[in-house]
Ligand binder design. Structure first.
Ligand SMILES: Nc1ncnc2c1ncn2[C@@H]1O[C@H](COP(=O)(O)OP(=O)(O)O)[C@@H](O)[C@H]1O
Ligand SMILES: [Mg+2]
Length: 224
């Protein structure tokens, strides 16, 4: 097997504040190689979104180990960690989270505000063509359907060709046709060599992934 892009083990995380503590991760571990498309499913509140945030270098765990391509992002200072994330990790969420006053092209180019991306404008145009948005480049997000907005968000996440793509219920707000398009693009990412981890409730989305893992009470309990 190829070297995993991401290797996590024994992750723990508790949220503090608001007068109490909530356990979110309790020994979660996952290894994903380049080329793999993994679906993570499990009941609401079992820690799926927390796991993705930790895997992506957005949320420091209380304990456990994380390695992304040989680097522990939490061993880096905040600025270096932000750069590491920008270069290596693409995030997609249930809502596209596009910037409302920027047109689609500038939204896709947004990662270049934080770092240099070789040939960014050409790559943005190419991604928008691939995602069927070539003629929507100059439109603001509110002029697009939910499916188009999600494809634009995916294009933005892929601009820097990250080795790790993390998607949190990316098809949750989409109809079947648009969900299938987004899933097809995520599968293409994996086919292109990225490690893709997608949290989902959606049976169709689980089937699109080559590997399925189940989470319960803050840990991975099943793998198929
Ligand atoms: N920022 C937060 N502060 C306090 N508790 C949180 C926070 N985020 C999530 N939680 C709690 O942590 C647990 C796991 O949440 P989450 O990772 O969002 O689960 P899932 O994505 O599987 O629904 C839940 O009990 C949730 O209420
Ligand atoms: Mg969630």
């Amino acid at each position: 097997m190829t070297e995993p892009v991401v290797r996590a083990s024994g992750l723990t995380k508790r949220y503090r504040g608001g007068g109490g503590e909530v356990g979110a991760l309790d020994g979660a571990g996952l290894e994903v190689a380049g080329g793999e498309f993994v679906a993570v499913c499990g009941p609401s509140g079992c820690g799926k979104s927390t796991l993705l945030s930790v895997l992506g270098g957005l949320l420091r765990p209380d304990g456990g180990e994380l390695d992304i391509g040989g680097t522990d992002p939490y061993a880096l200072a905040a600025g270096a960690r932000a750069r590491f994330r920008a270069e290596n990790v693409g995030f997609v969420f249930q809502d596209a989270h596009l910037v409302p006053y920027l047109d689609v092209f500038d939204n896709v180019m947004a990662p270049t505000l934080a770092m240099r991306v070789q040939g960014a404008a050409g790559r943005a145009r190419e991604l928008l063509e691939t995602f069927g948005l070539g003629d929507r480049r100059a439109h603001v997000p509110s002029a697009l359907s939910a499916g188009e907005q999600q494809r634009a968000a995916l294009a933005r996440a892929l601009l820097a060709s990250p080795g790790l793509v993390l998607a949190d219920e990316p098809t949750g707000n989409l109809d079947r046709g648009n969900a299938e398009r987004v899933l097809g693009h995520l599968a293409d990412c994996a086919a292109g060599g990225a490690a893709v981890v997608m949290v989902t409730h959606d049976e169709g989305a689980m089937e699109a992934a080559g590997r399925r893992v189940t989470m319960d009470s803050g840990r991975i309990t099943d793998e198929q």
